[in-house]
Design a protein around this ligand. Structure first.
Ligand code: 5AD
Ligand code: SF4
Length: 458
């Protein structure tokens, strides 16, 4: 944080005594990370978290624009903020994130009750706005800095995000991200490793590296500091106290053997790879400008299975891209069947402003998209349920997260394969324990914590 901002903190702490904030987050993990930074920054300004929106003096939205449904959900919430602001005009309403970035100053025309709007590269400006003399409407949209160095309020003290890059140099024809988050900018590796050291010293055991395309990390850095993504993983792995490393998302075109080998070689790097497919049809992949075809994607999967046979593989799939025929969709189903994903995020294609795909002919009718989606989800779940069975009868390492959501007498955690587990046992959030798996569904595993005595005799 810059010196002038730190300087203004002291003053503002007095000004903001007893002020409360409420943040609603939409979209991806990058946004969850950015919201944690917003919250950390607000708390360092003396704000406290409000239980609900109507108790807040500062109402914030961290928005997403990836699909139209995300826009619509957010706009419905904004209606409530308008009502609360009318009731109490001293309330401040702020809108950050990708949707704000994509419409920029138009935010204030469409929603005149919004006080501050900022893009993903401008989170630090929120502090500047809140501590400035006049709270008249302001917008901040130039990409300036990472939020990684800002203080964070972590949801769980033993898990943290590490933003390694921002923006994306790909030109996927359906995606709005390059226009909302700009060109790819990587953070300096030395800065990242010192951040990981600080996190580990603060009790973090699991770190998730974040970027729009993590495995092209470092290409924009100057020669003196440039390292590859695989090397970055190795350096994070070497940090004492970090037991688990995850990352999201890689691009199949940049998924090189060194990263796949790293999964086999680095003890902390988890056995889970998220490899976004988008479509199984080479013709559609070309129209999407994904720069790989079905065969190259399957070669990557084969390489993963060769080096880490048991790895979980998950994916993103878009249904109903313009021009997708029944035969193209069948190819997607074939890939899903062949790979056997451990889980998949499935999306109905949504035309986004200023993207090439929105202007393409042959848009697929909504009813066709829906019907294909149903078939896709059924197959994904069937294969995921089959894949899950490999854990039954095994003892797996679980990072304990808390109470089970469905049964308060049980605990919940995650395996290295990123499967949620409900189990019987005694443990504290943040513990790493072994759990014997007794049954499995497509989404969750169920089991019993292994007893220390049983372990002695193993
Ligand atoms: N329509 C539908 N899904 C999309 N995604 C990105 N843009 C769109 C769009 N216009 C999906 C992709 C991506 C995930 C984060 O969101 O599958 O990997
Ligand atoms: Fe995340 Fe993409 Fe949505 Fe932005 S547009 S919040 S990067 S999913």
């Amino acid at each position: 944080m810059s010196a002038d901002l730190l300087g203004s903190h002291t003053v503002s702490t007095l000004q903001t005594m007893d002020r409360r904030y409420h943040v609603t987050t939409f979209g991806c993990q990058m946004n969850v990370h950015d919201s944690e930074r917003m919250q950390g920054m607000l708390e360092s300004l003396g704000y406290r978290q409000a239980e609900s929106r109507d108790e807040a003096d500062l109402i914030l939205f961290n928005t997403c624009s990836i699909r139209e449904s995300a826009d619509n959900r957010f706009i419905a919430h904004l209606g409530e903020a308008k009502r609360l602001k009318t009731e109490e005009p001293s309330r401040v309403v702020g809108v950050g994130g990708c949707w704000a970035q994509s419409v920029k100053e138009e935010v204030f025309q469409r929603f005149p009750f919004v006080d501050v709007a900022f893009g993903p590269g401008q989170i630090h400006k929120l502090a500047e706005f809140l501590t400035s003399e006049s709270l008249t409407a302001q917008g901040f949209f130039e990409f300036e800095s990472f939020s990684g160095h800002l203080p964070a309020r972590r949801e769980r003290e033993f898990q943290a995000w590490l933003q390694i890059s921002q923006g994306c140099n790909c030109r996927c024809s359906y995606c709005i991200v390059p226009s909302t988050r700009g060109r790819e900018v990587s953070r300096d590796p030395t800065e990242l490793i010192s951040e990981v050291n600080a996190l580990a010293a603060d009790g973090v055991r699991e770190v998730t590296l974040l970027g729009q395309n993590v495995n092209s990390y470092g290409r924009d850095l100057d020669k003196a500091s440039r390292i590859s993504f695989a090397e970055l993983l190795a350096r994070v792995d070497a940090v004492d106290g970090i037991d688990r490393i995850r990352y999201t998302s890689p691009h199949p075109k940049d998924m090189k053997e060194d990263v796949i080998r790293a999964h086999a070689e680095l003890p902390a790097l988890c056995e889970h790879i998220h490899l976004p497919l988008q479509s199984g049809s080479s013709k559609i992949l070309k129209k999407m400008r994904r720069t790989y075809d079905r065969q190259r994607y399957m070669d990557r999967v084969a390489l993963i299975r060769e080096h880490i046979p048991d790895s979980a593989i998950t994916t993103d799939i878009i249904v109903g891209f313009p021009g997708e025929t029944e035969a193209d969709f069948d190819e997607t189903l074939e890939v899903v069947d062949e790979v056997g994903y451990d889980s998949a995020f499935t999306f109905v294609f949504s035309p986004r402003r200023e993207t090439e795909a929105a202007t393409l002919d042959e848009q697929v009718p909504h009813a066709v998209k829906r019907e294909r989606m149903e078939r896709l989800v059924a197959l994904v779940q069937k294969r995921a349920a089959e894949r899950s069975q490999r854990f039954v009868g095994r003892e797996v390492e679980v990072l304990v997260e808390g109470q089970s959501r469905t049964d308060p007498t049980r605990l919940r955690g995650r395996t290295r394969h990123n499967k949620a587990v409900n189990f019987d046992g005694i443990a504290t959030p943040g513990d790493l324990i072994d759990v014997g798996i007794e049954s499995a569904t497509s989404q969750t595993l169920s089991g019993v914590a292994a007893k220390p005595l049983a372990r002695l005799f193993r």
